[in-house]
Design a binder for this molecule. Structure first.
Ligand code: SF4
Ligand code: SF4
Length: 373
């Protein structure tokens, strides 16, 4: 990304379809939020009418409900159980295939054809989560080729959060509610009596190009102020807070604290929190053969540090107890990741709180160690 255009434009709500049309014309498959099975999820959509218009979400520990609002906002909700990682790091994928030919076999690598994907409605915390996954898959000693093949052709339309959810804490993690980078276009939705528009910022040359194809005008002072005010309000209405000051050191200090046992007595080790987390990237490798023995496949699947098998090595699991597994997950997010990379492995999206069946809240649990000092 580059060529960030600091000037802002205004697109009227009725003209937003032109953004979809322009991306589709350029060969992008467009993905965005839509309502399915009582939740806002991410799927293939090609028109504004498929967005969750007028829907909002109520979220709390282990609780998620969609409700209709009088305002016909296009993005009046926050994040649901899906994350964008499913398009870059699918929950299950083939890495390569082996084919028998006589007494030999041939390896056929899996090549993902260049595929242009446009993500519409990426939240600021999710941009940071993508940056974390980029670090894990692209910036280490080895590059994950299948991730790279998908990642390099993505166009990102971010949508700043003007209505934070009940379990969000992006302000504490400094990952929102406004996008600071990593997007091609960033939209802020403004709804006023008789007015509904988006204040738009371009974050790349591709974004500048697309913006030129959409009916709009340069943003005036009033419109820029309205967007800023909405974002300020969102920041002050955040549902949760995590005091991160010195947290990494405190967690290391309390690694044997009895509170870990207390949390694990509630935790079902179901792994829901890792499946919905936009930053979790752990996977498992499986080899599968067909019944005739002619072909074999090596497949990768999402895995979770909450399963006993996850830490199995030669004869036993390193983390056989629930306490060790919960502690590993939280320490990885809030202590090991900062130690290794200098940033938290959590972006404050709140999904793990909402989708935990017993309502365990990472902000509350970390707060216990914080109060211990
Ligand atoms: S913290 Fe909640 S979601 Fe995560 S494994 Fe435990 S019970 Fe499941
Ligand atoms: S740990 Fe929880 S709040 Fe943090 S990024 Fe993952 S799902 Fe979101």
């Amino acid at each position: 990304m580059g060529n960030k255009d600091k000037s802002q434009s205004v697109i009227k709500r009725k003209d937003l379809q032109a953004l979809f049309d322009s991306l589709i014309k350029k060969g992008y498959s467009t993905y965005g939020p839509c309502v399915q099975d009582g939740a806002v999820v991410y799927d293939r959509i090609e028109s504004v009418s498929e967005l969750p218009i007028g829907w909002t979400d109520r979220q709390d520990n282990g609780n998620y409900r969609l409700t209709k609002t009088k305002e016909k906002r296009l993005f009046g909700f926050v994040v649901g159980p899906h994350t964008w990682k499913k398009y870059l790091y699918p929950s299950e994928s083939k890495l390569w295939e082996a084919k028998r030919s006589g007494h030999e076999f041939e390896i056929v690598a899996e090549v993902n054809q260049p595929y242009k994907q446009a993500f519409i409605g990426v939240r600021p915390c999710e941009l940071q989560a993508l940056a974390i996954q980029d670090k894990a898959f692209l910036e280490g000693e080895f590059t994950d080729v299948s991730y790279l093949q998908r990642r390099q052709n993505v166009f990102i339309v971010a949508v700043n959060c003007v209505q934070p959810g009940g379990t969000c804490f992006c302000s504490s993690m400094k990952t929102g509610p406004k996008a600071s980078g990593g997007f091609d276009l960033a939209l802020t939705e403004v709804v006023e009596p008789n007015k509904h528009y988006f204040v738009v910022e371009a974050g790349s040359s591709a974004g500048v190009k697309i913006l030129k194809e959409i009916p709009g005008k340069a943003a005036g002072e009033k419109e820029v102020l309205a967007a800023k005010k909405a974002l300020r309000k969102a920041s002050s209405k955040m549902g949760r807070r995590l005091d991160t000051d010195g947290l990494e050191k405190l967690l290391f200090k309390h690694i044997d604290h009895p509170h870990w046992n207390e949390i694990s007595s509630r935790c079902l080790t179901c792994g829901n929190c890792t499946m919905v987390c936009p930053t979790c990237f752990c996977g498992n490798i499986e080899d599968v053969t067909d019944l005739t023995g002619q072909t074999a496949e090596r497949r990768r699947k999402w895995d979770t540090c909450f399963s006993v098998d996850f830490s199995y090595i030669h004869g036993g699991s390193i983390r056989s107890g629930e306490t060790a597994r919960y502690r590993q997950w939280m320490m990885h997010k809030l202590a090991y990741w900062p130690e290794q990379f200098g940033t938290f492995g959590c972006v404050g999206c709140g999904r793990c709180i909402t989708w935990c069946p017993v309502g365990i809240d990472i902000t509350e649990e970390a707060g216990v160690f914080k109060r211990e000092g």
